[in-house]
Design a protein around this ligand. Structure first.
Ligand SMILES: *[C@@H]1O[C@H](CO)[C@@H](O)[C@H](O)[C@H]1NC(C)=O
Ligand SMILES: *[C@@H]1O[C@H](CO)[C@@H](O)[C@H](O)[C@H]1NC(C)=O
Length: 397
């Protein structure tokens, strides 16, 4: 009996190894980073997590729009006239919905060509040339000027006029260290831009390796349009991501992806220049956006699994598991408990949970990157999906 068990186990392991070798998602594994370090990730305790859940699974009520017309629309924005949406897609461009169809609006890479960057058989094929074609992850309009600001994952911080076209680089490095993963941004009333560089070592196409390693090289940055200088506001962050100013401009919040927190950077008052905890998040946050009431919508890729919590502080164990030739996809599925599922949480201007919308089985909305509220509707982008989901919040809540 014992030997039959051993044989069965060997067959399973061999089959798994063969399957892994095919790397169906082409996301590589940690083997691509031989000298990688694993770092402790101080996740919140399970007891600290917000107890809330959406028993009604209301996110399943979202309408799927533009299926197949937009690949991986991470960030969604409307211009000062309310037109749009505009969104950054997998081929490196920012597209504009003119009311009838998607048209080109802008791009950041000077080397963008339709031959190299244009349509691909599978959404994942775009990863191969992303570093040449670019990837606009965070987009925001300056409401006063109509200029669009772009955080391009590979090229840095950009600006383009209301007529669109090739964007102008504003910042590509700080303190002599190049950004390797520019992620999101917001602007204050004076036109200062607050933005994140998720890592100086890992690029966006290796975002999974960034998650697994717990790399703490992320930076929170400020670009001053008067002096054209970029300063580091906060450093040693683990996957800083979304950024959003408060309605009164006294602070902005930013997502700490690996640690699952929303942190607050004070701009005004006694605490100016300091960071404190705004909210504890149950999973991996991406972007955060403010609505007209000054509430914050946070897009969370997935809730974290017990495995993720177990390995967060055990770096030797994590390093060993990651050094096995298992594709990143499977490590990722372990971290999120087996299936892609989305949740979005609304916080008050003081960080209280106001609402949560979920699709725990990922039946309709499997992944979310950003929630933009406009006229009672939630426009939900996702870096992984070929559509934008629209949730009629005024009607359904
Ligand atoms: C564009 O291509 C040129 C020529 O190959 C290269 O030198 C340059 O670094 C590229 N620019 C960017 C921003 O990738
Ligand atoms: C940025 O990422 C690229 C690709 O992974 C890597 O070759 C480069 O060394 C990184 N930059 C730094 C400073 O490590």
């Amino acid at each position: 009996m014992a030997s039959a068990g051993v044989v069965a186990a060997a067959v399973v392991v061999a089959a798994f190894a063969a399957f892994c070798a095919t790397d169906p998602l082409r996301l590589g594994s940690m083997v691509d980073f031989p000298g990688f370090e694993a770092h402790v990730v101080e996740l919140p305790d399970a007891a600290e997590m917000p107890p809330h859940a959406d028993a009604g699974e209301r996110l399943r009520g979202a309408e799927i729009r533009f299926r197949g017309e937009v690949q991986g629309p991470e960030s969604v924005a409307f211009d000062p006239q309310g037109r749009g949406p505009y969104t950054g897609v997998a081929d490196g461009r920012v597209l504009f919905w003119d009311g009838a169809r998607w048209v080109y609006f802008a791009h950041a890479s000077p080397n963008w060509t339709a031959e190299l960057c244009g349509p691909k058989a599978s959404p994942l094929d775009f990863l191969r040339d992303e570093h040449i074609c670019g990837r606009a992850l965070g987009i925001r309009f300056d409401k006063r000027t109509g200029n669009l600001y772009i955080a391009d994952a590979y090229f840095g911080l950009f600006k383009v006029g209301p007529e669109g076209g090739l964007a102008t680089p504003l910042a590509t490095e700080a303190e002599g260290v190049r950004f390797n993963f520019t992620n999101d941004l917001d602007l204050d009333a004076e036109g200062n831009v607050y933005f994140t560089d998720s890592s100086i070592y890992y690029q966006r196409r290796n975002f999974m390796q960034l998650v697994f390693s717990g790399d703490p090289s992320g930076r929170l940055l400020k670009y001053n349009p008067q002096t054209k200088e970029t300063t580091v506001l906060h450093r040693n962050l683990q996957f800083p991501n979304g950024v959003s100013l408060s309605k009164d401009g006294s602070f902005f919040v930013f997502c700490e992806g690996s640690r699952g927190r929303l942190s607050r950077y004070w701009l005004k008052g006694e605490k100016a220049g300091t960071v404190d905890l705004f909210a504890i998040l149950p999973g991996f946050p991406d972007n955060v956006r403010t609505n007209e009431k000054g509430e914050f919508w946070v897009a969370i890729h997935c809730r974290r699994s017990a495995y993720a919590r177990l390995t967060s502080r055990r770096v030797q164990l994590r390093k060993f598991l990651l050094s096995l030739p298992i594709p990143a996809k499977y490590h990722y599925l372990m971290q999120i408990g087996g299936n892609l599922h989305a949740l979005i949480i609304k916080y008050s201007p003081d960080g209280e949970v106001l609402d949560i919308l979920e699709d725990t089985k990922g039946q309709v909305v499997r992944a979310v990157s950003e929630v933009e509220e406009k006229d009672g509707k939630l426009w939900i982008g996702s870096v992984l999906m070929p559509f934008i989901a629209v949730f009629d919040y005024a009607k359904e809540s």
